[in-house]
Design a protein around this ligand. Structure first.
Ligand code: UGA
Length: 431
C-alpha cells in the first residue's frame, strides 16, 4: 500500500521504516530538514536498536523515502499522523499544535477514499474534533494508538501485542487498517475495534497504569526505607501473584521519557476539563511520588558524602531515561546529574548513547567515558541501568575510585558482590 507518515520522531521514523519492512511503499514527512536528510541516507537520527538496518534496507530498495514537502503525500492511501504532543509550556495539558498543523497541512492533498490515521497520543475528544475538519475532503479518519517502547520500538511496531482501531462508522477503515497490518492480523494479534474516545483513552489509560505501578513500588520503597525493609524482596514476593505481576515493579529513581510523565499530566488536565478531575486526581500523587525519588537520590548522595557534595568528584553513570535509548526527555538520570552539579559537586557524567543530547541541553555539565568518570571519584551514582554498568567489576573499580561508595539509583547492581568487594552500597528502599 502507498503510505505516508507525518512526523519522523521516535514514533514516526520507526513506524515509517517498519511499514516499509512490511512491504508498503512509504513516504515519511518532517519539517526538520536535518532529520529528513539523515533518514533519506538511511541514517537513524536517534539511537534505536534495529532501526538503522530497516532504514538502509528500505532506502536501498526504494520503498522508503523521506521529504520535507507535504505535497509528496499525494496519492497515498493511508496517512499516519505521528507528530509529538508535548506538554504545554504554561500548563500540564498536551500541546496539539503539531497535530493540528499536520492535519491542516494534509488537507490540500487528501482525496476521497483515503484514510487519515492518528497515532499521536492525544486528549480524549481530539479525533471527534478533527473528523469535521477532514470530512470535506472525502477522506476518513481513524485513531490507532501506538504502544511501542523505546529500545524495542521496531519489534513492538512489527509484532505489536495488540492493535486498537478507533473508528467513526462503517467497516471501511477497519478493512484498510487490516491490510496495513496484514502480517500482525495474520499472526492473530488481538484486535480491539472501538470508537474514537475509547481508542484515545486506551492509550493514556495504559500509560497511566504503568506510571501508577512504578510509583506504587516507589511509595513502598519510601516506606521500606523508614521501616528497615527491602523493596526488591517485597516486589519479588508480591510479583509472584500473577494478578499483580513482577513487571514494572522496579523501584528506583523513577520514570521519565517523552511519554509517561507528560501523558499522566495531560490526562489529569483533560479530566479536569471534562469535570472529572477527581477521577484521576491520584495521578498527581503518582507524579509527586515519582519526582520525590529524584530528590531522594540526591539526598542519599549528599548524606553519603558527609552532608555536602561541594567540590566532591561524583561519577554519574547514566543520562538516558532508560537503557537502550539516547532519549533524555524528562530523564531522572540527567536531572540528578544537573542537581548535583548545582550543589557544587564536580560531576563527570557518562552514558553509552545519551551524552551528545545531554551536552546540547546542559552544556554546563562535564562528560566523559566511564573510566574518566570513575577515576578518583568520591562517589559513584548509577541512574540508568545500562548493562555496561550492571557488569562493572566492583573489585577492579575499588582501586580506581577515591572512595568506595555507590548509590544504586536503579537497584540494578549485585549488592552482595559490591558489599563483598568492600563498597558501601546504598540502594533505594533497600536495607
Ligand atoms: C512507554 C510505555 O511503556 C509504552 O507502552 C508506550 O507506547 C510509550 O511509553 C509511549 O507512550 O509511546 P517508554 O517511554 O519507551 O514506553 O518507556 P518505558 O519502558 O515504559 O519506561 C518508562 C520509564 O519508567 C523509564 O524511565 C524507566 O526507567 C521507568 N521504569 C520502568 C521504572 O522506573 N521502573 C520499572 O519497573 C519500569
Amino acid at each position: 500500500m502507498k503510505i505516508s507518515v507525518i512526523g519522523c520522531g521516535y514514533l514516526g521514523a520507526v513506524h515509517a521504516a517498519s511499514m516499509a519492512k512490511l512491504g508498503h511503499d512509504v513516504i515519511g514527512i518532517d519539517v526538520d530538514k536535518a532529520k529528513i536528510d539523515a533518514l533519506a541516507q538511511g541514517k537513524a537520527p536517534f539511537f534505536e536498536p534495529g532501526l538503522p538496518e530497516l532504514l538502509v534496507a528500505g532506502v536501498d530498495a526504494g520503498n522508503l523515502r523521506f521529504s520535507t514537502d507535504m505535497a509528496d503525500v499525494a496519492g497515498s492511501a493511508v496517512h499516519f499522523v505521528a507528530v509529538g504532543t508535548p506538554q504545554q509550556k504554561n500548563s500540564t495539558g498536551a500541546d496539539l499544535t503539531y497535530v493540528d498543523g499536520a492535519i491542516h497541512g494534509l488537507l490540500p492533498y487528501l482525496a476521497p477514499g483515503e484514510l487519515v490515521v492518528g497515532k499521536s497520543t492525544v486528549p480524549v475528544g481530539t479525533a471527534e474534533r478533527l473528523v469535521g475538519i477532514i470530512a470535506p475532503t472525502g477522506a476518513e479518519l481513524a485513531w490507532n494508538p501506538e504502544f511501542l517502547r523505546e529500545g524495542y520500538a521496531v519489534k513492538d511496531t512489527i509484532a505489536p501485542d495488540r492493535l486498537v482501531y478507533g473508528i467513526e462508522k462503517g467497516r471501511r477503515a477497519v478493512e484498510i487498517l487490516n491490510k496495513v497490518y496484514a502480517q500482525a492480523i495474520g499472526n492473530d494479534t488481538p484486535l480491539v475495534v472501538t470508537d474514537f474516545a475509547t481508542a484515545e483513552l486506551v492509550k493514556v489509560a495504559a500509560n497511566a497504569f504503568l506510571a501508577t505501578k512504578i510509583s506504587f513500588i516507589n511509595a513502598m520503597a519510601e516506606i521500606a526505607e523508614v521501616a528497615g525493609a527491602d523493596v526488591t524482596e517485597l516486589a519479588d514476593a508480591i510479583g509472584y501473584d500473577d494478578r499483580i505481576g513482577r513487571k514494572f515493579l522496579n523501584a528506583g529513581v523513577g520514570f521519565g521519557g517523552g511519554c509517561l510523565p507528560k501523558d499522566i499530566r495531560a490526562f489529569t488536565a483533560r479530566a479536569e476539563e471534562l469535570g472529572r478531575g477527581e477521577s484521576v486526581a491520584f495521578l498527581k500523587e503518582v507524579d509527586a511520588i515519582n519526582l520525590r525519588r529524584r530528590d531522594r537520590v540526591v539526598e542519599l548522595v549528599v548524606d553519603a558524602l558527609g552532608g555536602s557534595a561541594y567540590q566532591k568528584k561524583v561519577a554519574v553513570l547514566g543520562l538516558a531515561f532508560k537503557p537502550q535509548s539516547d532519549d533524555i526527555r524528562d530523564s531522572p538520570a540527567l536531572d540528578v546529574a544537573v542537581r548535583l552539579h548545582g550543589l557544587g559537586a564536580h560531576v563527570i557524567a557518562t552514558d553509552p548513547e545519551a551524552m551528545a543530547n545531554s551536552a546540547i541541553k546542559h552544556p554546563q555539565l562535564t562528560f566523559g567515558t566511564t573510566a574518566e568518570a570513575l577515576d578518583g571519584a568520591d562517589i559513584v551514582v548509577v541512574v540508568t541501568e545500562w548493562k555496561e554498568y550492571r557488569a562493572l567489576d566492583p573489585v577492579e573499580l575499588a582501586s580506581v575510585v577515591n572512595d568506595t561508595i555507590v548509590v544504586d539509583g536503579r537497584n540494578c547492581l549485585d549488592v552482595v558482590a559490591w558489599r563483598g568487594a568492600g563498597w558501601r552500597y546504598i540502594g533505594l528502599g533497600r536495607r
